[in-house]
Ligand binder design. Structure first.
Ligand code: 1PW
Length: 216
């Protein structure tokens, strides 16, 4: 085995992390959620330098969440639900504007990751069901238009569109997802999509029930 293996994306680790983030009574453990995202960063890094901006921005969101977890109220940041309860009860969500003198709230930061997770779910679904001549750049752009573009400023949409043009070929993507071949890759993608979707849907319900789907 290569000594660099833990730095390489492994879809199995992605699946395990998101699976482990869900408790039997449907609490979402932030630690597993963020581990899943860290694995996704490795995936983006494997896609090439064009994904640098996307990868750095995502890392930035993870760091904000970890900052909250290390803080004096860190124990409230164990699950999505406990975070929401804590920030709501203490007026920390930030329904009106972004604070300038303190880090952005956990709720608004996680919301960004949450929306991006939908993009990923759509993209992986398109990749899994694509034909041999499918174009990942296009799948990526379509998923982005559906899930994420409406929330992004103009310059972000331009920058992201550029990154998508540099997307590796379908064959190369499957090699990153599964060195053991396309069939195995499709099975892994299905498992990944299932686990992402479950976590996404529960988070969505929590946010919707508190009117928190549009935090600035
Ligand atoms: C192909 C695999 C990629 C899946 C992960 C998708 C990550 C999407 C992140 C896009 C980042 C683009 C640049 C920055 C955008 C920010 O403005 C935006 N951040 C996110 C994570 O959407 C919104 O955050 P903000 O500006 O309200 O703090």
């Amino acid at each position: 085995d290569s000594p660099f293996q833990e730095h390489q994306f492994q879809i199995q680790r992605l699946i395990s992390a998101f699976k482990a983030s869900l408790t039997p009574n449907e609490q979402i453990l932030l630690q597993g959620y963020l581990s899943g995202w860290k694995e996704l960063i490795k995936f983006m890094d494997a896609l090439g330098a064009a994904f640098g901006l996307i990868s750095r921005e995502t890392q930035n969101k993870i760091s904000i969440m970890e900052h909250h977890q290390r803080g004096e109220h860190g124990h409230h940041y164990r699950t999505v639900q406990s975070m929401v309860t804590f920030e709501l009860a203490n007026g920390l969500v930030g329904f009106q504007f972004l604070p300038e003198d303190q880090p952005p709230s956990g709720c608004r930061t996680l919301l960004r990751l949450h929306r991006a997770l939908k993009w990923l779910e759509l993209f992986l679904h398109k990749l899994r069901t694509s034909k041999k001549d499918g174009d990942p750049s296009q799948m990526c752009a379509e998923a982005y238009r559906e899930a994420l573009a409406p929330y992004h400023r103009w310059w972000v949409r331009q920058a992201v569109a550029l990154a998508f043009l540099a997307m590796p070929s379908r064959q190369e993507l499957y090699r990153i997802v599964s060195p053991k071949g396309e069939q195995k890759g499709q099975a892994m993608l299905l498992a990944a999509i299932g686990n992402l979707a479950r976590v996404y849907n529960i988070t969505q319900e929590v946010y919707a029930s508190h009117g928190m789907l549009e935090l600035p």
